[in-house]
Design a protein around this ligand. Structure first.
Ligand code: GLN
Length: 232
């Protein structure tokens, strides 16, 4: 499954988050260390960042490891809030840019690491692609990010095989769910990183337990258990 990374903090370059670290998303695109499903993430990449509150995206269906344009421009792309991902497409899903995270509703940037049965999602006309992740993103956007935890627990109860690791940002908050795959948090002096797996061997990385919701704001990091809805 895919790997993603979120940043909230000081103004930093995209390259410092995804290209420069020894096990950053560039390396995770061909040699992830904690990936439970899939061997590599060669089906594209996406970088989303907030620019004076406006979400902007750059996405590609090419492997991140060979992208010389991104390598050239990423040091000049700076932001206080970033969502980036590398993709390992689920069998049967389209290999298009429109199926590549991050997805947006104009306010939030959102990445999904996992898989979900599209049959349990409500039909929505706003999905960017028929890819399961794009449809899940449209569902989350339409229900609102304030109920992200409830939405994920509900969908998880409807599809017990689903893996629902979400990472979303709106410029001042990061929200993430851990449901079936890995997520780690790094509290740095200048901000917080959420990542599917640590981008280096800093001992400060903390693994987030399965079935949790993580929220990062300027005030800090909170983790809340996600329970399946009662009666399910
Ligand atoms: N199911 C999504 C896709 O096909 C996400 C895959 C993943 O997490 N690797 O793109």
């Amino acid at each position: 499954m895919c790997r993603h990374l979120g940043w909230l903090g000081a103004d930093v370059s995209v390259s410092s988050l995804i290209l420069d670290p020894p096990f950053g998303l560039r390396v995770q695109s061909y040699s992830p260390r904690r990936q439970k499903h899939g061997l590599l993430n060669a089906d594209g990449w996406g970088v989303g960042f907030f620019d004076d509150g406006v979400p902007r995206r750059w996405r590609s269906t090419a492997p991140l490891w060979g992208d010389t344009s991104l390598e050239s421009v990423a040091p000049a792309l700076r932001s206080r809030c970033v969502v980036a991902a590398v993709r390992s497409a689920t069998v049967g899903m389209p290999l298009d840019v429109s199926a590549t995270a991050p997805f947006t509703d104009g306010q939030w940037l959102l990445s999904h690491n996992g898989v979900v049965d599209r049959g349990v999602l409500p039909l929505t006309s706003t999905a960017e692609s028929v890819c399961d992740s794009a449809m899940l993103a449209a569902t989350i956007f339409s229900l609102g990010l304030e109920v992200l935890g409830e939405t994920i627990a509900q969908i998880g109860s409807l599809d017990p095989n689903a893996r629902l690791n979400i990472l979303a940002a709106n410029g001042s908050r990061l929200l993430a769910t851990v449901w079936g795959d890995t997520l780690s948090v790094l509290r740095r002096d200048d901000g917080v990183v959420l990542a599917s797996e640590p981008y280096d061997d800093d001992s400060e990385w903390e693994g987030v337990p399965d079935r949790h919701l993580v929220e990062v704001t300027a005030k800090g990091v909170t983790m809340t258990p996600l329970d399946e809805p009662k009666g399910s």
